[in-house]
Design a protein around this ligand. Structure first.
Ligand code: SF4
Ligand code: ZN
Length: 336
């Protein structure tokens, strides 16, 4: 059996999201994300995190997992990167049994996918499971991705309602690096209760913390306001404003060249642009700026070369002269 070979044909690459029974799938270019249904994040059940609503359902069985992989990968060009997650943590045995996980790993052994990412909470990462992933996926780059959000304990606790022990996270990161696996940390832009300036500073500090402690890549998640979350409630009651796209552009503009070449952005409105997840509010911009920004992000995510990206950033700032760009400057530098 050899699945997802490069010369396969029949379907095009993923460019949208799709519900496949037992999962949801999102793809953009040569990147595919499969979220397997699960009973939900154990931390969510305890009331964390205020911006998250990953939902919950039934854990997938071995047969369903294989059907989903078949459905997503067969007859399509091989994704360069495959991200696998559940409604919370894929390495949490209560969300996905080890038997199902092993079945998935066996399946992936027979594909040409070179880069496989597992999205999971750091408390679910043990040396034993890291070795298992590594041994089951020989010749592939394996990465662990996790929601980090902020390096500021106050922001984590009081703004995002997220419990995280940064010392323990550092140890886990060392453990991942020890087995030559990659670390991807997700950073949140737009923490509630902070001024726009503080939101920018908080995200920048988190990016610096992540790279300073060995992350290979940072993914910046600008705040998305999802129905059913505490963030949604704050927004509905006028206590929270949507993040501006221009704040994300500001943040990217503050990264060092090396960081710029390793940083990705996610959930920036690409799903809505493709007609999906229309009930979720991504960052905002006016009708004049939005198409320009979407084109910027598309090119930004297609090319990780730092100098090309720096040129793109320069270009996008000069392409529109609009009050929504100016209002972010005012909030940052005008004492608002
Ligand atoms: S953000 Fe992550 S840790 Fe927090 S509730 Fe959602 S899935 Fe769980
Ligand atoms: Zn505008």
């Amino acid at each position: 059996m050899n699945i997802g070979k490069k010369n396969s044909s029949g379907h095009g690459p993923w460019h949208s999201s799709r519900k496949i029974s037992g999962s949801s799938v999102w793809g953009r270019g040569d990147f595919v994300h499969i979220c397997f249904e699960s009973c939900g994040c154990r931390f969510r059940k305890q009331g964390y995190c205020m911006m998250c609503d990953y939902g919950a359902g039934d854990n997938v069985t071995e047969t369903e997992a294989v059907e989903i992989l078949d459905h997503v990968l067969r007859g399509r060009p091989v994704p360069r990167r495959l991200l696998l997650g559940t409604c919370g943590s894929i390495l949490d045995g209560s969300e996905m049994s080890r038997t199902v996980l092993m079945k998935i790993l066996q399946y992936l052994q027979n594909t040409d996918i070179e880069y496989i990412i597992f999205e999971t909470h750091y408390t679910t990462v043990s040396r034993g499971i890291l070795y298992e992933l590594k041994n089951m996926l020989p010749g592939k780059t394996v990465a662990i991705e996790r929601g980090f959000e902020s390096s500021n304990p106050n922001v984590l606790k009081h703004s995002l309602h997220k419990v995280m022990d940064l010392g323990q996270l550092k140890q886990v990161m060392h453990g991942i690096a020890d087995v030559q696996m990659e670390i991807i940390l997700n950073v949140f832009l737009g923490a509630p209760g902070l001024s726009v300036k503080e939101q920018l500073e908080d995200a920048l500090e988190a990016v610096n913390w992540a790279y300073g402690h060995g992350a290979h890549e940072v993914v910046i998640f600008p705040a998305n306001i999802k129905p059913g979350t505490k963030l949604w409630e704050l927004y509905q009651t006028g206590k929270y404003e949507r993040v501006s796209h221009w704040l994300l552009i500001k943040l990217l503009g503050k990264l060092t060249e090396e960081q710029l070449g390793r940083t990705a952005v996610s959930w920036y409105g690409d799903r809505q642009d493709a007609g999906n997840d229309l009930d979720i509010l991504p960052p905002e911009a006016c009708d004049q700026c939005r198409p320009v920004l979407m084109e910027f992000y598309r090119r930004f995510m297609n090319d990780f070369d730092a100098s090309s990206r720096a040129a793109l950033l320069k270009e996008v700032k000069s392409q529109v002269s609009c009050s929504c760009q100016g209002s972010v400057d005012e909030k940052l530098y005008g004492g608002v």
